[in-house]
Design a protein around this ligand. Structure first.
Ligand SMILES: CC(C)(COP(=O)(O)OP(=O)(O)OC[C@H]1O[C@@H](n2cnc3c(N)ncnc32)[C@H](O)[C@@H]1OP(=O)(O)O)[C@@H](O)C(=O)NCCC(=O)NCCS
Length: 161
């Protein structure tokens, strides 16, 4: 459970804020460390300038330690990526990041949010389930690992209102 204390880390509280263009390199670094097909700095720069893409950063002191990215279309959005630096995982920080991000999506008129998650990604599944997402579908062998292994995807959905 997230408590006030668990959100405190050496540098102070973890803050969720809109990301800026100047964050692109750090966001690419965090993404690359969390996913085997990392997005480059240029991809983040593009997303940070697109009006239909919402990017939040998680910051402790001067250090960005996480992010959430969504793409919006009419009253729907898809969460494209969310990550917390490995050094800061397991402290409940992702929950505030996700809930704040969802609040901003709602503020932009989004009513339904979708995402895909690898079936065995337990921390992510717990995060999404506790934030009110429900499984809406399953795709067999959707992700191909660098090893050639194929993993299943779950589609999840949450209505905002
Ligand atoms: C998913 C991610 C953002 C979660 O961030 P976090 O701040 O570490 O998350 P939390 O500390 O809030 O933990 C989330 C839940 O997972 C659980 N959890 C954490 N590590 C776990 C593990 N190894 N096995 C099972 N459950 C685990 C926690 O107990 C918590 O559940 P709870 O709220 O019921 O206690 C983070 O693990 C991450 O960046 N992963 C790599 C990128 C990724 O997979 N993103 C999601 C792609 S869809």
């Amino acid at each position: 459970m997230m408590t006030w204390l668990s959100r405190l880390w050496r540098g102070g509280p973890a803050l969720v804020e809109p990301a800026t263009l100047r964050d692109a390199a750090r966001l690419a670094q965090l993404h690359g460390a969390s996913f085997h097909r990392g997005w480059g700095e240029g991809e983040f720069e593009t997303m940070l300038t697109e009006r239909n893409t919402l990017v939040h950063r998680l910051r402790v002191g001067r250090r960005i330690i996480g992010f959430a990215v969504s793409r919006m279309a009419a009253d729907e959005a898809e969460i494209l990526s969310i990550a917390v630096a490995a050094s800061h995982r397991g402290r409940g920080l992702s929950r505030n990041l996700l809930l704040t991000h969802l609040g901003h999506l709602a503020g932009r008129g989004v009513r339904t949010v979708f995402l895909e998650v690898e079936e065995n990604n337990q921390p992510a599944r717990r995060l999404y389930e506790r934030a009110g997402f429900a499984v809406a579908g399953r795709r067999e062998r959707y992700y191909r690992q660098p090893s050639g292994e194929q993993l299943n995807a779950l589609m999840m959905r949450r209505d905002l209102s």
